[in-house]
Design a protein around this ligand. Structure first.
Ligand code: DX5
Ligand code: ZN
Length: 215
């Protein structure tokens, strides 16, 4: 059974609280919050206050996905806001090991996100510093984009690297996840499905969460 991380980017932004509550009640395992800076990606999203408010209204762990430059600058404010997991994009940070350690020092699970244009081979040198991995199956920046099937092969390679190094961490896939891609991803070894549009966009949040969880 897959874990489902509900990406609030696709919520009706005027009703995030109620839609999150519906996803939580239906069995969502995590809340995924994309923080975009208008520089690393052209879109702009949330700040730490939303994370603090989500922690107040929900019991689910909040996973902060930093899609921004200079992620180290933003660690203190999201740590203070109560983030349970912080993932930053590998290509946004020249010294990722240092930042992974800083996140862990703040007692937060630390993850790396790898975009669809990037290879996973470097994980060999990083896995022992990481608590989780996000493989992105769309370019960071927007919800509702087309799924890049190259992620299947990458997922397989990431799992091989984990076997070779003897270090297993959970792999999430982010972008274009629906029932069909989700099924194949779970079959290929993904443990967490991060889904925005599929869960929130068609007015049947609970049903969509249940369907993904059942994969
Ligand atoms: C994209 C974000 C994703 C996004 C996924 O930059 O990282 O988390 O919310 O959205 P869907 O599920 O609509 O592809
Ligand atoms: Zn994301």
């Amino acid at each position: 059974m897959a874990k489902v991380s509900a990406s609030i980017l696709a919520c009706d932004q005027t009703r995030i609280g109620e839609q999150v509550a519906e996803a939580e009640k239906a069995g969502a395992d995590l809340l995924h919050v994309d923080i975009m800076d208008g520089v690393y990606v052209e879109n702009l999203t949330y700040g730490p206050q939303l994370v603090a408010d989500l922690k107040r209204i929900s019991r689910l762990p909040v996973s902060v996905h930093m899609e921004l430059l200079r992620p180290e600058t933003f660690l203190p404010m999201f740590a203070k806001a109560g983030a349970d997991i912080i993932t930053f994009q590998l290509d946004a940070c020249p010294n990722p090991i240092h930042l992974l350690k800083e996140i862990q020092k703040a007692k937060i699970r630390a993850g790396l996100g790898i975009g669809p244009a990037y290879d996973v081979e470097c994980l060999r040198y990083l896995l022992h510093h990481m608590d989780c991995l996000i493989l992105m199956s769309v370019e960071p920046g927007y919800g509702g984009q087309a799924f890049e099937p190259s992620v299947y092969g990458k997922l397989g390679r990431a799992l091989e690297l984990m076997k070779e190094t003897g270090i297993h961490i959970p792999v999430s896939v982010d972008g274009g996840v629906n029932e069909e891609t989700g099924r194949e991803l779970v079959r290929s070894g993904a443990e967490v499905l991060i889904a925005g549009s599929y869960v929130f966009r068609d007015g049947e949040i609970a049903e969509r969460v249940r369907r993904l969880k059942a994969l």
